[in-house]
Design a protein around this ligand. Structure first.
Ligand code: URA
Ligand code: SF4
Length: 184
């Protein structure tokens, strides 16, 4: 059968491939338009996301969704996913083995959607594409990926919630998005 976002989401909701399944209320497969041009990739669900089973619906999510609108993108034009689909207890960092266990789901979502632009949020999501790099060096820069796709790492919106300076940087980086989309 041809792979699809629905098939992947159904598998994620019952997945037990790593220990994060033990503490979750709901797995968070991701949401958005199947043929979205832009895919945002966060780190993992927080408390509110775990409760609702939807990505970025807490405080960082509110800021992310505001910024998406601010740069002129519609929420319907984007897909929002995470590196791990189940909440790490107490919002700790996801462990490398958890990221590895969950990786095939995100790989498949990217393969099915084939987005023009991929945007990672935060250090853990950046590690996937640019292992060993420092986010302070690469945020807001764009990198070529296969299928003519562009990739841009951004700071995580959670950081911007308590640092106005980081918020300004994040907004400036975010403003580059419409141009990147046009470029392709
Ligand atoms: N932070 C993330 O990285 N992902 C979410 O879905 C929510 C908050
Ligand atoms: Fe499965 Fe990913 Fe959840 Fe781990 S985090 S249980 S690999 S869906």
């Amino acid at each position: 059968m041809k792979d699809s976002l629905d098939i992947i989401a159904d598998e994620v909701r019952i997945c037990k491939k790593c220990d994060l399944c033990k503490g979750r209320t709901n797995a968070v497969p991701g949401e958005g338009t199947p043929n979205a041009q832009v895919m945002f990739i966060g780190e993992g669900p927080g408390a509110e996301e775990d409760k609702q089973g939807r990505p970025f619906v807490g405080r960082s999510g509110k800021l992310l969704r505001e910024m998406i609108r601010m740069v002129g993108l519609k929420e319907e034009e984007v897909f929002i996913a995470n590196v791990v689909k189940c909440r790490p207890p107490g919002n700790r960092d996801p462990k490398p083995e958890e990221i590895a266990a969950c990786r095939p789901y995100l790989d498949r979502q990217i393969a099915v959607m084939n987005p023009k632009v991929m945007v990672s949020l935060g250090r853990h999501a950046m590690e996937r594409e640019l292992p060993g790099m420092k986010i302070s060096d690469v945020h807001g820069k764009s990198f070529h990926r296969k299928n003519g796709r562009l990739y841009m790492p951004l700071y995580h919106p959670a950081v911007a919630l308590y640092s106005p300076k980081q918020k300004d940087v994040l907004i400036e980086d975010m403003k580059k998005l419409p141009k990147l989309i046009q470029q392709i």
